[in-house]
Design a protein around this ligand. Structure first.
Ligand code: NAD
Ligand code: IPM
Ligand code: MN
Length: 359
C-alpha cells in the first residue's frame, strides 16, 4: 500500500535542509520505497501566504499522512506579530497537539568522526549515545491559564505547569520501553524538590518501575542534569523529562555530538503516526546562504523510515551513508575545524546521496 508523506519546509533554512532530505527520500523511492510525497506550507511562510501558521489544508494533509517531515519555523520577520496565535511557532505547536504527538525522541549520538567537533574533550564524548524522551504535548507549553494581564497597576505574565497522571504515565511507558531496547538505564529528570507537578511526575515514574524490572530507574534534578550532561554525559542512556526541560537539555546534548545541526527527532502519537524534524530552528542568521548542515534533517528521514514506515534497512542505509560522508572528511561550517574547508548544504546532500547509492 502506498503510504503518504507530507513535507513541510517552513521558514529560514527549512527549505534548504528539507530539499536535501527530500532528495534522500527520492533515492529511497528509487529503491522500492512505496510512498507518495506532497509539500505544504507551515509557519511564517504559511502566515504570509494564507494568514495562518497552520492552515486548515496543511493540517488536513498532516492528519491524512503516515508521516510528516518538517524543516523549521520562525524568524525575526514574525517575532513582532501582536496576535501570538499567528506566530510561526504556534503552527508547529498546533501540529504537535492536533496530531497528539506526545512522545518526542531526540537521540544524541556521537558519530566517532566528529569527536573533535564536540565542545567537550573527545574522551568525554567518545561512544556517546543518549536518547532523550521529551513529553511534547503538555507541561508548561500548553497549561491553562496563561497570558499577560494587568494586575495591581502593572502587567504580569503567567503560564501553568501542569501534568496529569495519565500524561506522565504514557510518556513514562515510552521511556521504559526505549530503555529496555537499549542499555536499560532510565534517568527521569525533574524539579521535584520545588515543583508539585514534578513531585507527581517522580511518583508516577516510581509506580511504573516494577513493571520494567530489567530497567534501572534513577531520578535527577534538572539543574544537576544540565551540569552532569557537560561533566560526564556518558553516564546517561535514556533520559525522560517534561516538555520544557527536554527542550533545553536536548539543545545542550546536541552540542556534545558536534553541532545542533546533527540532532534529528521523532515525535510519535499513540497510533505510531509521526512527525520528524531536526531539533534546531530556522537559523535566520545563516538562512538563504546554502551553508546550513542538512544532516539532522536527513537523519530525521532515517528515523521516519524506522519508526513510521517499518523500513529499518533503508534507515540504516541512510545512517551508514552519513557515516561514510563524515569518514571522507566532508564537513559543513558548523562541524568543520578552524581553517578547514567547509562544504555547502547542497554539496553535503550530493555526498550523502552518492554514498547512499554506493553502499
Ligand atoms: P536555531 O536553532 O535556529 O539557531 C541557533 C544557532 O544554531 C544559530 O547560530 C544557527 O545558525 C545555528 N544552527 C541551527 N541549525 C543549524 C544547522 N542546521 N546548521 C548549522 N547551524 C545551525 O535557534 P534560535 O536562533 O534560537 O531560533 C531561531 C528561530 O527558530 C526562532 O524563530 C525560533 O522560534 C525557531 N525555532 C524553531 C524550531 C523548530 O522549528 N523546530 C526549533 C528551535 C527554534
Ligand atoms: C523545538 C523548538 C520548539 C519547542 C519551538 C520552536 C516551539 O525549540 O522543537 O525544540 O520549544 O519545542
Ligand atoms: Mn528547541
Amino acid at each position: 500500500m502506498t503510504r503518504k508523506i507530507l513535507v513541510l519546509p517552513g521558514d529560514g533554512i527549512g527549505p534548504e535542509i528539507t530539499a536535501q532530505a527530500s532528495r534522500v527520500l527520492a533515492a529511497c523511492q528509487a529503491r522500492g520505497l512505496d510512498v507518495e510525497v506532497e509539500e505544504a506550507p507551515v509557519g511564517g511562510t504559511a502566515y504570509d501566504l494564507e494568514g495562518s501558521p497552520l492552515p486548515e489544508s496543511t493540517l488536513a494533509k498532516a492528519r491524512a499522512a503516515d508521516a510528516v517531515l518538517l524543516g523549521a519555523v520562525g524568524g525575526p520577520k514574525w517575532d513582532k506579530l501582536e496576535d501570538i496565535s499567528k506566530r510561526p511557532e504556534k503552527g508547529l505547536l498546533g501540529l504537535r497537539k492536533e496530531l497528539g504527538l506526545f512522545g518526542n525522541l531526540r537521540p544524541a549520538l556521537l558519530y566517532p568522526q566528529l569527536a573533535e567537533a564536540s565542545s567537550l574533550k573527545p574522551e568525554l564524548v567518545s561512544g556517546l549515545d543518549i536518547m532523550i524522551v521529551r513529553e511534547l504535548t503538555g507541561g508548561i507549553y500548553f497549561g491553562q491559564p496563561r497570558g499577560i494581564e494587568e494586575r495591581d497597576g502593572q502587567r504580569v505574565g503567567y503560564n501553568t505547569y501542569v501534568y496529569s497522571e495519565a500524561e506522565i504515565e504514557r510518556i513514562g511507558r515510552v521511556a521504559f520501553e526505549m530503555a529496555q531496547k537499549r542499555a536499560k538505564k532510565l534517568c527521569s529528570v525533574d524539579k521535584a524538590n520545588v515543583l508539585e507537578v514534578t513531585m507527581l511526575w517522580r511518583e508516577v515514574m516510581e509506580r511504573l518501575a516494577p513493571e520494567y524490572p530489567d530497567v534501572e530507574l534513577s531520578h535527577m534534578y534538572v539543574d544537576n542534569a544540565a551540569m552532569q550532561l557537560v561533566r560526564a554525559p556518558k553516564q546517561f542512556d535514556v533520559v525522560v523529562t517534561g516538555n520544557m526541560f527536554g527542550d533545553i537539555l536536548s539543545d545542550a546534548a546536541a552540542m556534545l555530538t558536534g553541532s545542533i545541526g546533527m540532532l534529528p527527532s521523532a515525535s510519535l502519537n499513540e497510533s505510531g503516526q509521526g512527525m520528524y524534524e531536526p531539533c534546531h530552528g530556522s537559523a535566520p542568521d545563516i538562512a538563504g546562504q546554502n551553508v546550513a548542515n542538512p544532516l539532522a534533517t536527513i537523519l530525521s528521514v532515517a528515523m521516519m523510515l524506522r519508526y513510521s514506515l517499518g523500513e529499518a534497512a533503508l534507515a540504516e542505509r541512510i545512517e551508514a551513508a552519513v557515516g561514510k560522508v563524515l569518514d571522507e572528511g566532508l564537513r559543513t561550517a558548523d562541524i568543520a575545524a578552524e581553517g578547514e574547508r567547509a562544504v555547502s548544504t547542497s554539496e553535503m546532500g550530493d555526498a550523502v546521496l552518492a554514498a547512499f547509492e554506493a553502499l
